[in-house]
Ligand binder design. Structure first.
Ligand code: HEM
Ligand code: FES
Length: 777
C-alpha cells in the first residue's frame, strides 16, 4: 500500500502513523542512518519509501547497507550515463556477503560467476555488446512476435473457461521463460528446475538470506552453474543451432578475446534470469496495476491501440527492476554530495520513475502520459537493457490478448507476497477471476483470434490519445472560437502548467493548441483561429465541432515552460499567440510576480480575451491594435527589460525573429518563444547527404542515409528518443551534441543556442555537409 507523503516514514502501517511534521524522527540524517531496503517501507513500495530522500537528501549513505542511495531521476540517469566513473562491476555482486560455509559450498561446484555483459567494464563491454547486438535490433525481433502470441494463446486457451486463475503460475512465469529459451536457443526441457534456480540466483545476488538459507541457496546456485555449463556443452555439439546463445558460442570460437570462455558460462546463467524473471515480474506488476486502475483497463479494452504506451506507463509506475548498482572509480560528487572512490551506489529506478521533477504528477498512473518511455526500468546508456524490446513485445501481447478475450477480468481478494530483495520486484502470485459465461468469444468466436499488430520498439506517440468531449463552444472574437474540453467519461483531466498545449485529432487533422483556461477550472480551454489560408485543420474544426462532439486528444505537454524564478517577466503575444501568454499571466498574478503583457493584433474585434485580460490584468496590459495605428515598439520593450528579466513570446515568425535579433547579446535564457508553424520539413534525398553519427552513451556508430532522418536512424538501432511533431516545432526530440557541425532546421532553438552547437532536434536537423557528429545518447 502506498502512503501519503505526510506520514511518518518510519512507520509501515498507515492508519496509526503520526503526521510528518509531528513525527519526532523526521530528520533526513536519521532517515538515512535507518534506511534498510529489506524492511517493510522499501519492500512494500520502494518509490514511496524514498519520497523523503527525493525531497530532501537525494544522495545519502545508508550504513545498514553499506551503499550510497540515489533517488532522483536526473542523478540516476547521470550515473547510468557515465559507466567509466560509475562502473557496473558490482552489479552482480552478492549484496549480502557470503558466509564462509556458503563460499565452500559454491567452491565445491566449481562456481566461478564472473563478468557477463551487464557488469563488464569498458572497453571489453562495448566490444562484446557490439559483437552480439544483431539479434536484438528491432528489425530482427519482428519474427518472434508470432511465437510469443502462439505461446500466450496456448496458455490462455487452457484457463479461459475456468473463471479463476493465478496468472503468474498459469502464464506469466512460463511464457517469458519459454520465449527466453527460444530466443537464446537453449533447450526447453527443464522449466521447473530453472524456476528454482532463478529464485536462488536472485536471493543470492540481491537478497538478505540468513546464514542457514545461504547454504541451501549456495547449493542451488552451484547446481545452476553446473547446469549452465552442461547446456553450453550440449549446444556446442549443434554448430548450426539458432538463437542468441548459439551466436555467442560461435563468436567465442571466432573472437575468443572478446567473447571469452568465462563470459559464455557466466552469461548462460545470468541471461536466463535477465531474460525471463524481469519480464514475468513486470507482466505481473502490469496486470495488478491495471486491474486496480479500472478506468485504464476499460479504456484499453475499448481501444487496444493504447496497449504499447500502457505497457510503458506500467514499467514506469511499477517496474520489475526497482534498483540497480554502480561503483565509483574516482572521487566525485553527485546531487551536491561528495562521494569517495570505490563508493557503492544503489540507484533506485523506482524512485526516479516517480520523480516529479521529470514526470509531471508522477504519482498518478496515467496510460496517456506522453513521456512514459523516459522511465529508467531498462536502465540507460551503454548498458541499457539489450532485451527491452523483447520484454515490451511480450507485455504488449499479454495485455492485448487479455483485454480482448477477458475484458471482464478482475483482481481476486488476496494477500500479495514478494521475494525480499533490493532489485527484482513483482508479486509471487496474482489471482484473478471472471465469469466465463461472459467471455465475449462465446458469442463471437472469431474474436479469439483477431488482434492488433504492434511494431517492435518504442510506442508510437500517435496512439497515445484520450477521448474527450466538447462541453462548450464559444465565440471569443472574429474568426476565433473557444472550446471547453472534458474527459469523455467525466473523469478528471491531468494537471497542466502554463505554456502547455494539447493536440486535438479531428477527422484527418491533428492540431496543437495551447491551454488557456483559468487555474483550477475542471475542463481544459483552448481558442482556435479559423485560418482560411492554412492547411485546413482549423477550418475543419470550426465547421464540424459542436457542443457534445467527441474527439481524441494528446497531451498535455509543455515545451514552453515558464521560469517562475525570473525577476521580471515580459509577455508578448501576436494574435492567437495570446493563449499560452494568458495562462502565464494568470500564473504570475497568482504568484504575486512582476510582469507586463504586450498584446498585438489587427483590430480589437479580432483579438480574443480582451475583456478577461482587462479585468484580470488591467494595469499590466498594453494592447496594440493595428487598425488604431498602434504597433508594439519591440526595441523599446526589450531595452526596458530589467536585469534578470525574461521575455516570453508567442506570435508570428517575424515577431520572434525580431526579438531574436534584439536579444542576441543578452544573457542566455532571456528569450523564450513558441512558433505556430514549420516550413516544409519533407526530406529531398536528391539534396541531402548521408552522414555518420556516434552515440557516445550507447557506444554505437550509425550511418544516416540521405533519405532518412537522424531520428529514424537512432530508433532503428533500438535507442528510444521521444518525438512529437516530427517537423522541428515542438522540441521533444532534442538530443545533446558533443561534437560536429549541425545544420539546424528546427524552429525551437534560438540563434544563440544554435551557435553554441550543443543541442539539436533529431527529427529534422542534420550534420552539416555530410560531416560526422557525436551525440550524448
Ligand atoms: C540489462 C531490465 C528484459 C537482456 C538490463 C538492465 C536492466 C534490465 C535494468 C541493466 C541496464 C543498465 O545497466 O543500464 C530489464 C527489464 C526487462 C528486461 C525490466 C523486462 C521487462 C530482458 C530480456 C533480455 C534482456 C527479455 C534478453 C532476452 C539484457 C542484457 C542486458 C540487460 C543482455 C545487459 C546489457 C549490457 O550490459 O550491455 N536489463 N530487462 N533483458 N538485459 Fe534486460
Ligand atoms: Fe518535434 Fe522534433 S519531434 S521538434
Amino acid at each position: 500500500p502506498s502512503r501519503a507523503s505526510r506520514e511518518c516514514p518510519f512507520s509501515s502501517e498507515s492508519a496509526s502513523s503520526p503526521a510528518r511534521d509531528t513525527c519526532p524522527a523526521f530528520d533526513p540524517a536519521a532517515l538515512a542512518r535507518e534506511f534498510d531496503p529489506f524492511q517493510p517501507p522499501y519492500q512494500l513500495d520502494p518509490a514511496e519509501a524514498l519520497r523523503w530522500s527525493r525531497d530532501q537528501l537525494p544522495v545519502f549513505y545508508a550504513p545498514r547497507l553499506g551503499y550510497w542511495v540515489v533517488s532522483r531521476y536526473e542523478d540516476i540517469k547521470a550515473v547510468f550515463r557515465d559507466n567509466i566513473l560509475f562502473s557496473p562491476r558490482n552489479v552482480l555482486e552478492k549484496i549480502t556477503p557470503a558466509t564462509a560455509e556458503a563460499v565452500e559450498v559454491l567452491k565445491s561446484y566449481g562456481y566461478a560467476m564472473n563478468r557477463t555483459m551487464v557488469n563488464e567494464d569498458e572497453p571489453a563491454h562495448m566490444e562484446r555488446r557490439r559483437a552480439l547486438m544483431d539479434h536484438f535490433i528491432p528489425a530482427n525481433l519482428e519474427k518472434h512476435q508470432e511465437m510469443v502470441r502462439r505461446l500466450t494463446r496456448e496458455k490462455m486457451d487452457e484457463f479461459i473457461d475456468t473463471g479463476r486463475v493465478d496468472l503468474v503460475d498459469a502464464m506469466l512465469y512460463e511464457v517469458p521463460l519459454n520465449v527466453a529459451l527460444h530466443f537464446l536457443g537453449v533447450p526447453e526441457d527443464e522449466i521447473a528446475v530453472l524456476r528454482k534456480f532463478s529464485v536462488a540466483h536472485s536471493v543470492n545476488t540481491w537478497g538478505r538470506p540468513t546464514d542457514e538459507q545461504q547454504v541451501a541457496i549456495a547449493h542451488d546456485v552451484g547446481r545452476f552453474w553446473k547446469y549452465a555449463g552442461e547446456i553450453i556443452e550440449k549446444m556446442k555439439s549443434e554448430p548450426e543451432g539458432t538463437g542468441w546463445m548459439h551466436e555467442t558460442i560461435r563468436k567465442n570460437a571466432t573472437m575468443p578475446d572478446v567473447v571469452t570462455d568465462s563470459y559464455v558460462h557466466s552469461m548462460m546463467m545470468a541471461i536466463i534470469v535477465a531474460a525471463h524473471e524481469t519480464t514475468s515480474l513486470a507482466s505481473a506488476n502490469m496486470f495488478k496495476t491495471l486491474l486496480t486502475h479500472r478506468d485504464a483497463w476499460d479504456d484499453i479494452c475499448a481501444d487496444p491501440s493504447l496497449v504499447p504506451n500502457a505497457v510503458e506507463e506500467c514499467l514506469r509506475y511499477a517496474g520489475s527492476i526497482v534498483a540497480w548498482r554502480r561503483q565509483t572509480t574516482a572521487p566525485t560528487s553527485l546531487g551536491g554530495i561528495d562521494l569517495p572512490e570505490g563508493a557503492k551506489l544503489l540507484i533506485v529506478q523506482a524512485s526516479g520513475n516517480r520523480d516529479e521533477r521529470h514526470f509531471e504528477d508522477g504519482d498518478t498512473f496515467d496510460i496517456y502520459r506522453d513521456n512514459a518511455i523516459d522511465h529508467l526500468t531498462f536502465g540507460y546508456g551503454s548498458h541499457q537493457c539489450m532485451g527491452k524490446n523483447i520484454g515490451r513485445m511480450e507485455m504488449r501481447i499479454f495485455l492485448e490478448e487479455m483485454t480482448r478475450r477477458l475484458p471482464h477480468l478482475r483482481l481476486a481478494e488476496q494477500e500479495f507476497t514478494y521475494l525480499p530483495n533490493t532489485s527484482f520486484r513483482g508479486p509471487d502470485h496474482l489471482w484473478v477471476e471472471w465469469d466465463p459465461a461472459q467471455n465475449p468469444e462465446r458469442k463471437h468466436p472469431a474474436l479469439a483470434r483477431e488482434h492488433l499488430h504492434f511494431p517492435v520498439g518504442a510506442p508510437s506517440r500517435r496512439d497515445i490519445a484520450r477521448k474527450i468531449r466538447v462541453a462548450e463552444v464559444r465565440r471569443e472574437a472574429d474568426g476565433i472560437i473557444g472550446l471547453t474540453l472534458e474527459d469523455a467519461k467525466g473523469r478528471p483531466l491531468p494537471a497542466w502548467s502554463p505554456g502547455a498545449h494539447v493536440e486535438l485529432c479531428v477527422g484527418e487533422y491533428d492540431r496543437k493548441y495551447s491551454l488557456c483556461g483559468k487555474p483550477g477550472a475542471s475542463g481544459y480551454e483552448v481558442a482556435i483561429l479559423r485560418e482560411d489560408g492554412g492547411r485546413g485543420g482549423s477550418r475543419h474544426i470550426h465547421d464540424t465541432v459542436r457542443e457534445g462532439t467527441e474527439l481524441r486528444m494528446r497531451g498535455p505537454s509543455n515545451l514552453f515552460r515558464l521560469d517562475e524564478q525570473a525577476a521580471h517577466h515580459v509577455l508578448i503575444a501576436g494574435g492567437i499567440g495570446i493563449t499560452p501568454i494568458l495562462a502565464m499571466a494568470d500564473r504570475l498574478k497568482a504568484l504575486g510576480k512582476n510582469y507586463a503583457i504586450h498584446y498585438c493584433g489587427r483590430s480589437r474585434c479580432s483579438m480574443a480575451f480582451l475583456d478577461r485580460l482587462a479585468a484580470d490584468h488591467g494595469e499590466r496590459l498594453t494592447v496594440y491594435a493595428g487598425d488604431e495605428g498602434r504597433r508594439a515598439d519591440l526595441p523599446t520593450i526589450v531595452a526596458g527589460l530589467p536585469d534578470g528579466g525574461q521575455i516570453y513570446c508567442c506570435g508570428p515568425d517575424r515577431m520572434i525573429a525580431a526579438l531574436e535579433d534584439l536579444t542576441a547579446d543578452m544573457p542566455e535564457g532571456t528569450l523564450h518563444f513558441e512558433h505556430f508553424t514549420a516550413d516544409s520539413s519533407a526530406l529531398d534525398p536528391e539534396k541531402e547527404s548521408a552522414f555518420e553519427v556516434e552515440l557516445k552513451d550507447s557506444g554505437l556508430s550509425l550511418k544516416v542515409a540521405a533519405d532518412q532522418t537522424l531520428l529514424d536512424a537512432i530508433r532503428a538501432a533500438g535507442i528510444d528518443v521521444a518525438s512529437d511533431c516530427c517537423e522541428g516545432l515542438c522540441g521533444s526530440c532534442e538530443v545533446s551534441v558533443l561534437a560536429g557541425d549541425i545544420d539546424h532546421r528546427d524552429k525551437v532553438l534560438t540563434r544563440a543556442e544554435r551557435a553554441e552547437n550543443t543541442r539539436m532536434m533529431a527529427c529534422c536537423s542534420r550534420a552539416k555537409n555530410g560531416s560526422r557528429i557525436t551525440l550524448a545518447l
